[in-house]
Write a protein that binds this ligand. Structure first.
Ligand SMILES: [Fe+2]
Ligand SMILES: [Fe+2]
Length: 298
């Protein structure tokens, strides 16, 4: 038995008024109300799926045709008398169709959104390390973030995903332009922050801007840009883009954070041309074959 949200099941009891017809191996979706007078908060009403045989046993454990004992402890921690509000057989073919749909829903955008989740986790770690003034921890996690931005944002999005969006989404050109600018800002902030770290400084203003802006950027992509683009993505488009992202992933060489005390990072000029040059060189060193190979595949 599983409560709704924990899993999936259902029965075909045509009448709870006494004449219970049960089909073997059938699963039932049962909606219930707890009859305990003080049960008001968590499980007054609910739904779960259960094998019909098991449900029949529970019906036999309580007085009244529509009454049954809760399967195990109820959510308040007790075995209670529940009233069955309705029961319905689980349509297993529908469940498997649903699973199939879920499988086909995986596309380049859902993959990128999964990657966003990992970036958000890194941002949480970074946030925490800033509070603890954990310089060495920040050195490693900021390097991981830099790698993620290079692979996910600068390579996957800018080389293959944004060109698709520019072509297929209304206002795609302008929207991707904003996203491109964001990416450069992140690289710039991150680099300057790491320069500070190697000088034993935690530049709070920089890192806080980075965290807030990157979280907002992910929100914009997740909630606006990618859903719009997803609507325009055909199965064929997906089949074209997917291998390109996979190639980038395989070719990407993760940059080693190195030793913080080596002081190898140079302060980055605010000059846009220099930022572009740095991004370009980072692409080169972090790819087998460098930037030319990435663009060559486009
Ligand atoms: Fe992204
Ligand atoms: Fe992005």
């Amino acid at each position: 038995m599983k409560y709704k949200g924990q899993s999936d099941i259902i029965v075909n009891i045509e009448s709870l008024g006494g004449n219970i017809k049960v089909m073997s191996e059938q699963l039932l979706d049962v909606k219930y109300e707890c009859t305990h007078p003080s049960c008001q908060v968590f499980c007054k009403k609910g739904e779960f799926t259960i094998e019909e045989g098991e449900f029949k046993e529970l019906l036999g454990m309580a007085e009244g045709d529509e009454m049954f004992r809760s399967p195990g402890a109820c959510r308040m921690g007790y075995n209670q008398v529940f009233k069955a509000v309705s029961t319905a057989p689980v349509d297993e073919s529908a469940v498997s169709e649903e699973e199939k749909d879920t499988e086909t829903e995986v596309n380049v955008f859902t993959i990128l959104m999964d990657e966003h989740e990992k970036v958000l986790e890194t941002l949480d770690i970074l946030d925490n390390q800033v509070k603890k003034r954990d310089l060495d921890g920040l050195w490693v996690s900021s390097s991981r973030l830099e790698n993620d931005i290079l692979l996910h944002s600068i390579k996957k999005e800018e080389l293959f995903i944004f060109p698709f969006i520019r072509e297929n989404v209304t206002m795609g050109e302008a929207l991707c332009g904003i996203m491109d600018e964001d990416h450069r800002e992140f690289i710039s902030l991150l680099h300057a922050f790491r320069v500070g770290l190697q000088e034993n400084e935690v530049l709070d203003g920089l890192v806080n801007s980075l965290i807030v802006n990157l979280r907002n950027h992910i929100k914009k992509e997740n909630n606006e840009l990618f859903p719009m683009a997803s609507e325009k993505l055909s199965a064929e488009d997906n089949q074209t883009l997917l291998p390109k992202l996979e190639e980038l992933e395989k070719a990407h060489i993760t940059l080693d954070p190195g030793n913080r005390s080596d002081m190898k990072l140079q302060a980055m000029s605010e000059d846009r041309a220099q930022i572009e040059a740095e991004i370009s060189s980072l692409k080169t060193v972090s790819s087998v074959g460098g930037e030319e190979m990435c663009c060559g595949g486009h």
